[in-house]
Design a protein around this ligand. Structure first.
Ligand SMILES: NC(=O)c1ccc[n+]([C@@H]2O[C@H](COP(=O)([O-])OP(=O)(O)OC[C@H]3O[C@@H](n4cnc5c(N)ncnc54)[C@H](O)[C@@H]3O)[C@@H](O)[C@H]2O)c1
Length: 341
């Protein structure tokens, strides 16, 4: 393994992953991203001149384009982060989710098969397992749990997982799947819970909380997700699924209160709003397989992870202000478009 195509590398987890892998390994990384509203090259300014890094603008659904990028750059490995990733948006309209998450994955798999590359890793989510009851704390998602999707987003991610599995079985391809719980950390698009609440709290606005706020999510610091993906990439058993999680369940409302407390803001800023349709009640991941078989464990505890994340959003206010105003969309034109051959 030498040359890796990271799709969706301008998004939240992809950009953190590229920095993580460049820092810890000696691979050449090709970041292939369509730059949808969620792709932001400003996430990568500190490494954009790294000799082991190259950005290529493109869509994973464009077969000929992806094929050319792979062959021109001698790429042997694909890690697929590219996706439409926001559940709320999938409720408003699911087409883009099916196109990118399902057809895009199928396109990558076909090319992977044709070019006989070395390894393919699909970055998936715990949301494919559906929802757990709130009062059965002993229940967590294991890799054996059936797929039971409730949102168009999770249905599209599950479809992609099933395709990966089918290409492994039918075509005997070296494919791996990871399913991670909710991530938090720097550079997360401020439509997602933690950065949205931090931004609203800092601006003295109301913090909208769905329903009774008692939905439970299992939070993991983004760098821990990145280290887990590297472990699976290097040591994972081909054809297997690996759950990744921090054993760190929180009610949404408690996360919101913690953010307000850390920022010394009043809980009066909380505004309960009508629940999201089909809102899954509880996610909790059993990550004993990756811990026992691959020796991975999270390095960050939540107390420090959330504290440093809140500090990051305070110190990088201009980053999220540019995202919220849409100004970040000009970055590619300003800094890249003229350099692209
Ligand atoms: N955020 C989480 O908590 C979480 C948890 C588990 C798994 N995941 C999965 O991890 C991956 C990354 O999540 P994220 O939160 O960083 O998402 P994100 O929305 O921040 O980033 C997605 C990236 O994919 C790019 N993209 C979208 N469509 C594309 C296409 N057709 N071709 C090429 N690039 C395209 C976007 O431009 C963006 O840069 C996704 O597959 C998601 O399902 C996310």
């Amino acid at each position: 393994m030498q040359n890796i195509l990271v799709t969706g590398g301008a998004g939240f987890i992809g950009s953190n992953f590229i920095k993580y892998i460049l820092k810890n390994y000696n691979y050449k990384i090709f970041n292939y991203d369509k730059l949808t509203y969620a792709g932001n090259l400003e996430n990568l300014t500190d490494i954009e001149d790294n000799a082991n890094y190259k950005f290529i603008k493109g869509d994973i659904c464009e077969l000929e384009n992806v094929k050319k990028v792979l062959t021109d750059n001698n790429i042997d490995t694909i890690i697929n982060f590219a996706a439409e990733s926001h559940v709320d948006r999938s409720i408003l309209g699911s087409r883009e989710f099916i196109v990118t998450n399902v057809l895009g994955t199928q396109t990558l798999l076909d090319i992977f098969k044709d070019l006989k590359l070395e390894k393919y890793l699909q970055v998936s989510t715990d949301e494919v397992y559906g929802s757990l009851p709130e009062d059965r704390k002993e229940l967590k998602f294991t890799e054996q749990n059936p797929i039971k999707t409730n949102s168009p987003y999770s249905a599209s991610k599950a479809s992609a997982d099933l395709l990966c599995n089918s290409y492994f079985h039918t075509h005997k391809l070296p494919i791996l799947i990871t399913r991670c719980s909710n991530n938090y950390g720097p550079y997360q698009f401020p439509e997602k819970l933690i950065p949205l609440m931090i931004a609203k709290a800092l601006d003295g606005e109301k913090l909208p909380v769905y329903g009774d706020g008692k939905n439970v999510r299992d939070w993991l610091y983004v760098d821990d997700h990145c280290s887990a993906i590297c472990e699976v990439l290097h040591k994972g058993k081909i054809g297997e699924v690996y759950n990744i999680g921090g054993n760190n369940e929180w009610y949404n409302i408690d996360i919101v209160k913690l953010i307000l407390k850390t920022l010394k803001k009043s809980e009066e800023q909380i505004l309960y709003v009508k629940d999201r349709p089909g809102h899954d009640r509880r996610y909790a991941i059993d990550s004993s397989k990756i811990q026992n078989e691959l020796g991975w464990k999270p390095a960050y505890d939540f107390e420090h992870g959330i504290e440093s994340t809140i500090k990051w959003y305070i110190e990088n206010e201009s980053w999220w202000r540019k995202v919220m105003s849409g100004e970040y969309l000009k970055y590619y034109e300003k800094n890249y478009a003229s350099k692209v051959k």
